[in-house]
Design a protein around this ligand. Structure first.
Ligand code: ARG
Length: 580
């Protein structure tokens, strides 16, 4: 148990119970970092309210009952009743040494491991992924990794759009160009071009449009020849997805794809159940559910259309089937939807209908982890000059190109051979794009700005990658293996102490991401670590430190920093080059 906040929380809770009885065991010790000490406990204030007494008296009583001599100097009361803690240097050093021996780096397994369905990415097949899907993909993958790191069973779920009316048009276009043509091969490399060509034919040739509509009917009717073509299309699209995920270092595989089509057979059952439960009514010819609490601007109840007036199913019917599948077949305790905030109303209504229908039993959490919009530097939705959503592939290659530029500044080209330099540029470019995305709160709009993400200044991917490369170079210079350091740390200088204390909180930062599904918290933490390391390295000589024991202790701190940064970036899915 290395996380100082958790240790203090336990001790203060003990003191609360000892002083005021087990009836108050639920009181939150409210441990916060403090400007005047390392941490403060704010528990006395709410306790004073509950007990009808003065906060400072409560704080004094708690201090009397507190048993912290082994970890902290004598706690003191400050302000209206805060209890300040200044941790002992030897305790911090001992904990840091323990962390260095701990393969889990202080990550504590969840008390109640859950099955968590993590839905993310979910692009529409045969259309190129755009920056909106990019964000869901990157953020979702980091959430999935953090959940796994704390011991949850994660079922990744890529809810791709692989069904629906546009497939009639795509299949007809595939037939027109020929299955083995160069045009068809575009599906593997530039699916957007394929989609656009099909769209143009659909919009300009009435005969093509008519054929496309007939094709949709055949597809939905399960016509074998049509299904074969559809399967062909899917196969090629998956190649595109596979390659994109590999470039992005995202852990999604083919096995994680459960697209809209997957639920096709379940749709009649979903609708029948809603009808049997008396929840579905016909409105304007369509079968609808009106979940309570959802009204339009005009104050009229809003429907979830579960079957269209032409008796066809839609996006909502599929999402309802998906909920049932996640609960009944995947046995989830928690389902997270890493999906754009523009779908907030849709998903809220899907969850509401599902709860009404009894498909989400109490205790099972369904949450929409909203993804904010991606904006260009002009503050509007990111678009190409032609007004199109920016395709992912061009974005990624530009990132890698720009990374090459900042690596040149660093003089990296003088050290590495061209092959290695290519690999580093890719790590830095992809890492910068991913990190920029991850370090912004996922639900806020995010400005896609090359100059701010591909730089060594500030809370950026390159800055953190460079911090790890710099630590590695310390060890290289000394001819030492960073894995071989002796786990003996000491904290003497202030910068050393601050860094060591921060490193102890790694596990807590990871747990927090798993709980809140907010990777930007881990980014903030890692940035703090890297900044504290920079200060430490400026103020404390490492290789020149005397005596040898101090040099060893500082090398150990360097190694621990390296391990935390590498593990943290790994959990974020940000690649870490060994040299830069
Ligand atoms: N394919 C959809 C889109 O690109 C996103 C799917 C969101 N997930 C869901 N369960 N509805 O807009």
């Amino acid at each position: 148990m290395a996380d100082p906040q958790q240790v203090l929380r336990d001790r203060v809770r003990g003191a609360i119970v000892a002083s005021f009885g087990s009836g108050l065991a639920d009181a939150d010790p409210l441990i916060r970092s403090s400007a005047f000490a390392d941490f403060q406990a704010n528990a006395a204030l709410p306790l004073a309210k509950r007990l009808g007494r003065a906060p400072r008296d409560i704080a004094a009583e708690l201090i009397a009952a507190l048993d912290v001599a082994d970890i902290s100097s004598e706690p003191s009361v400050s302000g209206p009743g805060f209890i300040n803690f200044t941790l002992r240097d030897d305790w911090i050093a001992g904990q840091a040494a323990g962390l260095l021996r701990d393969d889990r780096l202080g990550i504590v397994p969840a008390e109640h491991p859950q099955t968590v369905v993590a839905e993310y990415s979910s692009p529409n097949i045969a259309k190129e992924m755009h920056v909106g899907h990019l964000r869901s993909t990157i953020v979702g993958d980091a959430i999935a990794r953090a959940l796994e790191a704390v011991g949850h069973h994660v079922v990744r779920d890529n809810h791709v759009g692989d069904w629906g009316t546009q497939f009639g048009m795509l299949i007809e276009h595939l037939l027109d160009v020929g299955e083995n043509s160069a045009e068809a091969a575009l599906l593997r490399t530039d699916p957007n071009a394929f989609y656009q060509a099909a769209r143009r034919a659909f919009d300009s040739e009435p005969a093509f449009a008519a054929r496309s509509r007939e094709r949709v009917v055949k597809l939905q009717g399960g016509d074998p020849a049509t299904l074969r073509l559809w399967t062909q299309l899917m196969g090629m699209s998956r190649e595109y997805l596979r390659r994109t995920y590999a470039t992005l270092r995202v852990t999604l595989t083919d096995d994680d794809v459960r697209g809209e089509s997957f639920y096709n057979d379940m749709l009649p059952g979903v609708v029948a159940d809603l009808e049997a439960k008396g929840l579905a009514v016909i409105s304007d010819g369509a079968l609808c559910v009106f979940p309570p609490g959802f009204t339009g601007r005009d104050g009229r109840p809003l429907p979830v259309i579960v079957r269209k007036s032409d008796r066809g199913y839609n996006y909502s019917s599929t999402d309802l089937a998906t909920v049932r599948y996640r609960v009944d077949k995947l046995n989830c305790d928690r389902a997270i939807y890493v999906v754009g905030s523009d779908q907030a109303l849709h998903l809220a209504m899907i969850f509401a209908v599902s709860r009404e229908a009894g498909w989400i039993p109490p205790g099972i959490v369904f949450e929409h982890d909203q993804i904010g919009m991606v904006l260009g530097t002009d503050g509007t939705r990111l678009r190409t000059r032609e007004g199109e959503a920016v395709p992912l592939s061009s974005l990624l290659s530009e990132g890698i190109e720009r990374a090459r530029g900042i690596l040149d500044e660093l003089g990296a080209s003088s050290e590495a051979d061209p092959g290695e330099l290519d690999a580093i540029a890719e790590d830095v470019g992809i890492g910068a794009i991913k990190y920029a995305d991850l370090s912004t709160a996922r639900d806020s709009a995010y400005v896609f700005d090359w100059d701010r993400m591909i730089t060594f200044r500030g809370n950026t991917g390159p800055y953190l990658q460079y911090a790890t490369a710099r630590i590695r170079s310390i060890f290289r210079k000394a001819g030492l293996d960073e894995r071989g350091v002796s786990p003996a740390t000491a904290v003497t200088a202030a910068a050393e102490r601050a860094l060591a204390l921060k490193l102890l909180a790694f596990g807590a930062a990871v747990s927090q991401v798993a709980e809140t599904a907010e990777p930007h918290r881990l980014c903030g933490y890692l940035f703090d670590v890297a900044s504290l390391f920079t200060t430490f390295y400026e103020e404390c000589p490492v290789l020149r430190a005397e005596p040898a024991s101090l040099r060893e202790a500082r090398l150990a701190l360097c190694a621990l920093t390296l391990r935390v940064l590498t593990a943290g970036l790994g959990l974020l899915g940000v690649p870490v080059p060994e040299r830069m």
